[in-house]
Design a protein around this ligand. Structure first.
Ligand code: SF4
Length: 212
């Protein structure tokens, strides 16, 4: 089920600034305290099916013709309709970015990612799942980035974990200072950690620009 569809720029990560059509899936298996998409967390909330959103999607495709499609959530990869949506945009040869909390990569979705070269994966492990990353994500060595929110919980010991190291070595680590109602927080900490771990500090540009 789909929570919302909108056109904006990608405000996060290495694709920052890229115009994109966003498909937000309904439902997430985590409950981060600072989650800014609380309406998308419950799997059983009434939301629209992919078929019901098709007219809106086609209108946006013909109005904006975006090259980049962002599948986000919630946790998109746990949604029953994920592959249907992925395959639709694959048939249009779009670049498909998936924003995932990386707790579980199901086998059929893993295969879909590995067989479509225009897949771009943003893994964003969370404190509430002890920054766990499903090891299947470690098989990807390109078109992937690791984005971690810098808040009071992130520390050096977490960034020194073995499974983080390949991302640091390939310069694929992004540290995203928390943006809250108080503004951009933990910026000094993010800069210090970025210097130590060869990362980039990238804030949520869409929020700073007042965009969705
Ligand atoms: S993983 Fe993402 S969508 Fe799920 S609760 Fe955390 S911030 Fe919200």
């Amino acid at each position: 089920m789909i929570n919302e569809i909108f056109y904006s720029i990608q405000g996060e990560g290495f694709l920052i600034g890229t115009p994109a059509l966003f498909i937000r899936f309904q439902g997430c298996n985590l409950r981060c305290v600072w989650c800014d998409e609380k309406s998308a967390l419950d799997f059983d909330k009434i939301a629209k099916s992919f078929e019901d959103t098709m007219e809106d999607i086609e209108n946006m495709l013909s109005s904006y013709n975006p090259n980049l499609i962002v599948l986000t959530g919630g946790e998109p990869t746990l949604n029953d309709e994920f592959l249907k949506v992925f395959n639709f945009f694959k048939s249009l040869n779009k670049t498909i970015q998936i924003e995932t909390n990386a707790t579980k990569l199901q086998e059929d979705i893993y295969k879909a990612f590995t067989t479509y070269p225009n897949t771009y994966i943003t893994i964003s492990p969370k404190y509430i799942s002890n920054y766990f990353i499903d090891p299947k994500f470690l098989a990807f060595d390109k078109n992937i980035e690791l984005k971690i929110v810098v808040d009071e919980n992130l520390n050096e010991d977490i960034l020194k974990r073995d499974y983080i190291k390949p991302f640091i070595d390939k310069k694929l680590l992004i540290l995203q200072p928390l943006t809250s109602k108080y503004g951009v927080e933990f910026l000094d900490k993010a800069i210090r950690l970025a210097n130590e771990f060869n990362a980039r500090v990238i804030p949520q540009a869409h929020k700073l620009l007042g965009l969705k």
